[in-house]
Ligand binder design. Structure first.
Ligand code: CU
Length: 149
């Protein structure tokens, strides 16, 4: 029944048009949601988690990140071999069009090293996500305690 399926698709189409009208197409193409920085005490590195949404029509490759509050930010992935937790650096994370990639505990994360600014739980931190062949994306990370999620 073509008429019925058209009716069902209509609200989605309308929503898409409204979203495009609300913001610039460039801003909506790539977005990071649920960005959190898990702060550890002292000089211990913090871990960043977020979901990167690629709403565009070309793949994107996240190649790094930077923040004024830390001297160094790295892309890491956690691994577990023979019950031993470890982590190593990742060169890039690719996200296909219409796909999303989640950085989460025990998986990929941003490693925030060598803190250069005072931070406390409840603060927010500006982080630039860096990509291959495209401008960086500025994302605000909420600073959370290690006990959170
Ligand atoms: Cu790490």
């Amino acid at each position: 029944m073509p008429a019925l399926s058209f009716t069902h698709r209509l609200p989605t189409l309308l929503l898409g048009v409204l979203l495009l009208a609300a913001g610039s197409a460039a801003a909506a193409e790539l977005e990071a949601t649920d960005a959190k920085l898990r702060l550890l005490p002292g000089d211990l590195p913090g871990a960043g988690y977020f979901t990167l949404h690629n709403n565009g029509d070309a793949p994107v490759a996240l190649t790094g990140a930077a923040s004024e509050a830390f001297d160094k930010v790295m892309l890491h992935v956690s691994t577990e071999e023979d019950g031993m937790a470890d982590m190593h650096a990742v060169d890039a994370v690719e996200v296909a069009p219409d796909d999303a990639f989640t950085f989460a505990p025990r998986g990929h994360h941003l490693m925030f090293m060598q803190r250069s600014a005072d931070l406390a739980v409840g603060d927010s931190v500006a982080v630039e996500l860096e990509f291959q062949h495209r401008d960086p994306l500025s994302v605000t990370f909420d600073v959370v305690s290690p006990a959170e999620r």
